[in-house]
Write a protein that binds this ligand. Structure first.
Ligand code: T1G
Length: 654
């Protein structure tokens, strides 16, 4: 620890128990200064004649993991594994008193302690795979010893946290307390008379659970296909089965270090910080309080948005134009809750509580007290103008008015209200109740306070906000349109429908672009482009979609588009014939193309359009584009995003 670094660890002896308090905001990450402070404090505690030690953290959470900012730098002793072995070898019992989000190295430290107590509401886990890593400080060895192989594998492979209650049930913690964590942990420590090293417990073996290993391999190959971290976790569990724990820890550390240096972890760590940068509010902007909300329009998007809000605990007035439309919207929401409860995704109690926060209405006067109104009506500027005029008349002066439009000019909507500084866009992605991405669109008049309030609200409803400016299609749809436009150029130039989709799926996209267009409907894009003011003067401009649309091939909704959806499956021969004839009519000489060409051209189409959007100030930085593509269009997060990929190729790394 250098002279200038404040020691974040304070040791206080209370009734012969050493209380080690750590205060290293914002999340008590286990940086070098924290590790050194803990090692010193624990050594001193042994000399102070105490009977036990308790480790706890100040602030919002127990250690939220290793300090991600240290990865890729030379390790500084004590590395986390050394500290954890010092804790586990302690001759006095050590208790971990957890709250908040004990994650990764934070939970590994707790497992190296001899006992664990958690505050109700604590969410703990080993999310290393979300960073392209695996537990690197004993997690693969101590977690199975505490909770068994199946639970341990599930926690490590999914990266999902478990609640304090579940942790108690599976043996990960010894106690859960409602309040007063420090006092409860002290009292617990005073009952203890001996250490209980986790590492001395027997390691459960796959031989005792014959089908488990094959089930886990199947999961890694299917659900986590192509992800190096999950594959390493399972290999490590297998290889270390019969090793003494000291050797097993070395094996784990080696695999962890390989992943740290690997391309997937670099991309995922980039994504972690990019997500936090994308929705950062303007410096010192006032953040207003959103308590009550309203949604105008109960169609697919409006009802999905309403579900997002009531699930996040906000009361919502859902307004529709008449009783029938409102009933259909409310029915759609009731059907959603029936599905998620029947499917075990949400408890009946949570669904009932959420549904109880929703009130349907056909009267604008009922929105008078809403702090935020989100308009999700038909994509027509005149319809939206009428709605914003009514909202401006009936909503309180402080209310924010947002549109969920995908393309239209929100500046124009702000101008017809008396509050243009409080008008902005909240562009949700379908299905709105599930998709995390949210474009927060500031107009030329939107104030910093309105933007900051909307960004904070977005995070409160569990969304991932990206600030964008106003242009046709904002940032997401604008770059997606460029991608799709190049898809159609490739089809005209000779690439096959299935060839394009297969190339992009093999690259890692969740779905091929032609299949996506069939899903959303070929007519949607055709209608939007016909309404486009400055349509490019290029005869090839979405000529394929126009040809399919004119032939009645609309995609899934009509039973045929790029693909057939009836009894016959696969690419549509009619669509292919239309592509061939359109190409011929345009005088295009078709030629064979390989997957690399297809992927390269489509990535460049996104990158070029993104570059223009950044130059125009529509988005602030390249990583915002990557956040949009990884969370809105299924771009593989472990590849970082289209702009991240370009940075690799410019560095000569492919
Ligand atoms: N290291 C460094 N900084 C971190 C951090 C970490 N582990 N976690 C969060 N931050 C920063 C974050 O960048 C932001 O900074 C601020 O804290 C608030 O974060 C050895 C190898 C804990 C649930 O993966 O999931 O341990 O933007 O905005 O929404 O086996 O942060 O303000 O400058 O996210 O309240 C494993 C990652 C690491 C946990 C809190 N741990 N963090 O969410 O706040 S690898 C993780 C989170 C590891 C071991 C392995 C969340 C949170 P800034 P935030 P939040």
């Amino acid at each position: 620890m250098t002279e200038t670094e404040r020691n974040p660890v304070v040791c206080e002896v209370v009734d012969q128990v050493a209380l080690l308090r750590v205060d290293a905001p914002p999340v008590n990450a286990l940086s070098h200064v924290v590790r050194s402070g803990l090692a010193d404090a624990l050594a001193k505690a042994h000399g102070a004649g105490v009977t036990a030690a308790v480790i706890l953290c100040e602030g919002r959470t127990f250690f939220a993991g290793a300090d991600i900012r240290e990865f890729g730098k030379p390790p500084k002793s004590p590395v986390l594994g050394e500290l954890l072995q010092q804790i586990e070898a302690s001759t006095i019992p050590v208790v971990a008193a957890m709250h908040g989000n004990p994650l990764g190295g934070g939970l590994e430290l707790a497992m190296a302690c001899h006992y664990r107590i958690a505050l109700q509401g604590t969410q703990m886990g080993l999310p290393e795979v979300n960073l392209g890593l695996m537990p690197g400080a004993g997690g693969t060895q101590r977690l199975p010893r505490l909770v068994g192989l199946e639970e341990a594998a599930q926690i490590m492979l999914s990266g999902q946290p478990v609640s304090a209650q579940h942790a108690l049930e599976i043996g990960l913690v010894d106690r859960v307390c409602e309040t007063e964590l420090p006092a409860q942990a002290l009292a617990f420590a005073q009952e203890l008379d001996a250490p209980r090293p986790t590492g001395l417990r027997a390691m459960p073996v796959f031989d005792d659970q014959p089908d488990l290993l094959s089930r886990l391999h199947a999961m890694v190959q299917k659900k986590y296909r192509g992800l190096a971290a999950q594959a390493s976790v399972l290999e490590c569990l297998e290889v270390t089965q019969s090793l003494p724990i000291d050797e097993a820890l070395k094996e784990e550390r080696q695999r962890f270090l390989q992943l740290v240096q690997g391309p997937q972890s670099s991309a995922l760590r980039y994504q972690f910080f990019a997500e936090r940068q994308a929705g950062r509010a303007p410096q010192d902007a006032h953040v207003g309080e959103i308590r009550s909300t309203a949604v105008v329009g109960a169609g697919t998007m409006g009802s999905g948005i309403a579900i997002s809000l009531i699930d996040a605990g906000f009361p919502v007035h859902l307004l529709e134009i008449d009783g029938d439309a409102l009933r259909r919207g409310l029915q759609r929401i009731d059907d959603h809750y029936r599905r998620v409860v029947d499917g075990g995704y949400q408890t009946a109690a949570a669904a009932t509580a959420a549904r109880g926060r929703l009130t349907g209405t056909t009267r604008y006067t009922d929105l008078a007290d809403s702090d935020l109104v989100i308009e999700a009506a038909f994509e027509d500027l005149e319809v939206k103008r009428t709605i914003f005029t009514a909202l401006d008349e009936h909503c309180k002066a402080s209310a924010l008015l947002a549109s969920n439009t995908s393309y239209l000019d929100i500046d124009a909507l702000g101008r017809i209200t008396s509050r243009p500084t409080q008008v902005l866009g909240l562009h949700f992605f379908s299905p709105a109740e599930r998709m995390k991405l949210l474009e927060v669109i500031r107009t030329g008049a939107t104030s910093d306070a309105a933007l900051a309030t909307a960004l904070a609200f977005a995070r409160k409803i569990g969304k991932l906000p990206v600030t964008v400016g106003v242009c046709y299609g904002f940032a997401a749809n604008r770059t997606y349109a460029a991608y799709n436009r190049e898809v159609q150029n490739l089809l005209l130039e000779g690439a096959g429908i299935e060839q394009v989709d297969a190339a992009m799926r093999e690259f890692g996209m969740a779905m091929g672009p032609c299949a996506v267009t069939d899903l959303t409907g070929i007519d949607i894009g055709v209608m939007a482009r016909r309404a486009q003011a400055n349509r490019p003067d290029d005869p090839r401009y979405f000529a394929v979609s126009d040809a399919l649309y004119n032939a009645g091939l609309l995609g899934r909704k009509s039973g045929e588009g790029f693909y057939c959806y009836g009894n016959t499956r696969g690419a549509s021969t009619q669509a292919q014939a239309l592509i061939d004839s359109t190409a011929q009519g345009l005088g295009i000489t078709r030629r064979a193309m390989d997957a690399d060409t297809i992927v390269g051209r489509l990535l460049r189409a996104i990158q070029n359009e993104a570059e223009h959007a950044i130059a125009e100030g529509i988005v602030e930085r390249e990583s915002d584009i990557d956040i949009i593509w990884c969370n809105g269009y299924g771009f593989p997060r472990h590849l970082g995003g289209p702009m991240y990929q370009r940075s690799l190729s410019s560095e000569g790394v492919t």
